[in-house]
Design a protein around this ligand. Structure first.
Ligand SMILES: NC(=O)C1=CN([C@@H]2O[C@H](COP(=O)(O)OP(=O)(O)OC[C@H]3O[C@@H](n4cnc5c(N)ncnc54)[C@H](O)[C@@H]3O)[C@@H](O)[C@H]2O)C=CC1
Ligand SMILES: O=C([O-])CC(=O)C(=O)O
Length: 230
C-alpha cells in the first residue's frame, strides 16, 4: 500500500472534516497530516475556497516526519547527536517527492555520493517501510505523533509571536511552478509569515527536484479534481 492508495478513503474524510472546519472554526490554523498529504492539502484548499474561508497562510501539510527521519539517518551515519542536527526536506510527502537536502545539513559532515544516495532513498522510503512492516495495522504511529507534536508546537510559538520559528512544511508556494510545495517556512502570528526559498542545491538535489515535479503536479491535480467533482 502506498500513500496514494489511501486517497479513496481519506479524500472523503478530509473533505467532510474541512467542510465542518469552514463552518464551525473558519479561522483555524489547519495542520493536515492525513495522507496522501500531497493531495489532501489541495483538497482542503478547494473546500475552503468554495466556502470563502480559504487563507493560504493557515493551511499546512505536515512533513516534519521526513525531517525527523533525515536528521536521524544523517546523525546515525556520521555519529552526531541527533538533537544537534538539522536537515531541510523539500517537495512533498511521498516517495521521490520527498527530497532531503543533505548539502545543507548542519553540522556539516562529508558524505560520499553513495552515502547521499542511500540516505536520500532511506528518507524517501521510511514511511512505506513502516506501513509494509505493519502489514495493514496502520502507519508510523508514534513517530508521526512526535512529528505532529513538534510541528504543532512550532505553529503555536509562531502564533504567540516568538521570532525565528522556521519549519519545513507543505504550503501554497511560489518557490517552484507547483502551487503547493514543501520548503522552509517562517511561522508567525498569522500562520505562514514567509515561505523561504530552496537555497543552493547540489547537482544531485537539482536532479531530484526535477524528477519529482510530474508526480507532485499530478497528486495536486488529483486533489483539486476530487474536491471539485465530489
Ligand atoms: N504526514 C505524516 O507524516 C504521516 C501521516 N500519516 C497518516 O495519518 C493518518 C492516520 O494514520 P494512522 O494513525 O496509522 O491510522 P489509523 O487507522 O490507526 O487511525 C485512523 C483513525 O481515524 C479515525 N477516523 C476514521 N474516519 C474518521 C472520520 N470520518 N472522522 C474522524 N476520525 C476518523 C479512525 O477511527 C482511527 O482512529 C493516515 O492518513 C496516515 O496515512 C501517517 C504517518 C505519517
Ligand atoms: O504512508 C503512510 O501512511 C505513513 C507515512 O506517511 C509516514 O510514515 O511518513
Amino acid at each position: 500500500m502506498t500513500r496514494d492508495d489511501l486517497f479513496n478513503i481519506n479524500a472523503g474524510i478530509v473533505k467532510s472534516l474541512c467542510t465542518a472546519i469552514s463552518k464551525h472554526c473558519p479561522e483555524a490554523v489547519v495542520n493536515m497530516i492525513s495522507n496522501p498529504v500531497n493531495s489532501t492539502v489541495p483538497i482542503a484548499a478547494e473546500v475552503f475556497k468554495k466556502a470563502s474561508t480559504y487563507d493560504s497562510k493557515k493551511l499546512f501539510g505536515v512533513t516534519t516526519l521526513d525531517v525527523v527521519r533525515a536528521r536521524t539517518f544523517y546523525a546515525g551515519k556520521k555519529g552526531l547527536a541527533v538533537e544537534d542536527v538539522d536537515v531541510p526536506v523539500v517537495g512533498g510527502h511521498a516517495g521521490i517527492t520527498i527530497l532531503p537536502l543533505f548539502s545543507q545539513a548542519t553540522p556539516k559532515a562529508t558524505l560520499t555520493d553513495e552515502e547521499i544516495d542511500a540516505l536520500t532513498k532511506r528518507t524517501q522510503d521510511g514511511g512505506t517501510e513502516v506501513v509494509q512492516a505493519k502489514a495493514g495495522k496502520g502507519s508510523a504511529t508514534l513517530s508521526m505523533a512526535y512529528a505532529g507534536a513538534l510541528f504543532a508546537e512550532s505553529c503555536l510559538k509562531g502564533l504567540n509571536g516568538e521570532p525565528g520559528i522556521v519549519e519545513c512544511t507543505y504550503v501554497a508556494s511560489t518557490v517552484t511552478e507547483l502551487p503547493f510545495f514543501s520548503s522552509k517556512v517562517r511561522l508567525g502570528k498569522d500562520g505562514v509569515e514567509e515561505v523561504l526559498g530552496l537555497g543552493a542545491l547540489s547537482e544531485y538535489e537539482k536532479k531530484g527536484l526535477e524528477a519529482m515535479k510530474a508526480e507532485l503536479k499530478a497528486s495536486i491535480q488529483k486533489g483539486v479534481d476530487f474536491a471539485k467533482q465530489s
